[in-house]
Design a protein around this ligand. Sequence first.
Ligand SMILES: *Cc1c(COP(=O)(O)O)cnc(C)c1O
Length: 378
Amino acid sequence: MQKPLLMTPGPTFINEEVRSALAQPITNPDLDPNFFEFYKSTCEQFQKLLRTQNDILILSGEGILGLEAACASLVEPGDRVLCIDNGIFGKGFGDFAKMYGAEVVYLSTDYRNAIDIKALEDFLAKDNSFKMATLVHCETPSGITNGIDKICPLLKDYGILTVVDSVSGIAGEKLEVDEWQIDIALGGSQKCLSAPPGLTFMSISEGAWSIMTERKSPIVGYYVNLYLWKNWYQNKWFPYTQPISDIFALNKAVEIVLREGNFVDKHFKIAAAVRKSFQAAGLELYAKGGYSNTVTTVLMPQEITFAQLFDEMLITHHIMIAGAFDVLKDKVFRIGHMGENCKEEKVYITLKALNEVLCRNGVKLKGEIHELFVRFYK
Ligand SMILES: *Cc1c(COP(=O)(O)O)cnc(C)c1O
């Protein structure tokens, strides 16, 4: 099977170092004392990356498991949960809270802009009796990053627990879990960290642990029960056999991000140049503000369908780009410039191919997208 150049907003390309880590010989992760230390040291790396002293857990399951586990462990039937919704993932987060019995109240704002902090302030001034709020850091389908630096402290002023999906934000967007008072910040292995899909990780504050301790009803579910992990290190016990190879890979991936140091700046710079190039070429971005560092979403030009664009990019140029789903299905195309994809050469090659496919299909561009990129990236 020929492997395309993967330019989707996750999964992303996995580099040699991470793949070698994945292929290491394994031990029995339930029994080997060294593995408990290794898992712990991986959590400590995440504490550095997320800028937190809170406990970290790595769970066997993709990012979605993190969202569901947070809701399953924190929500009791009848709890009021505020679902802050300015995008597909933001809205969907509310479904998980409902599944575990929450009475979900939505604050829905414009899908083409970041969450309006003023709208949230006004909303909370009238209604703030919520146990927790769910929100998304980077809305991957629309390419919008929300100002969680302002939103989370505001929610905490009202004593509301903050649960943030930063699956496509972590490592590509600034994140200060402790300073911004985020009770649960969760991510996935396959986005900016560029590790294989299959793991979710999260930070858990003392406040979030207390909510679990003080629950009246038991947590429903086993894989989604975070409380089972409470003293895993002291007890040298995991709730299930750990996916040791995936954790080897993830550990190496975080090490690389920390080693490079300027990861967020690098993402910012590439993203800014990509946006300017599309705009200067006459294409319209879906986002009107709050632009993401990790993914760019462009409205489909009328001359071509998404299916045609996807196929020609893949078949003729061996490059895989993404569309979107739900309300954005067939309306946009997306380029993921995150993690291993956040590289000038890869972005250039992708934009050059896009330029060719769009022109071939009759889209009138005001300039060559890839040449504009070279200019703006300098
Ligand atoms: C990728 C992603 C997830 C995980 O969802 P999948 O569609 O299963 O990959 C969750 N939240 C956000 C914001 C994501 O970008």
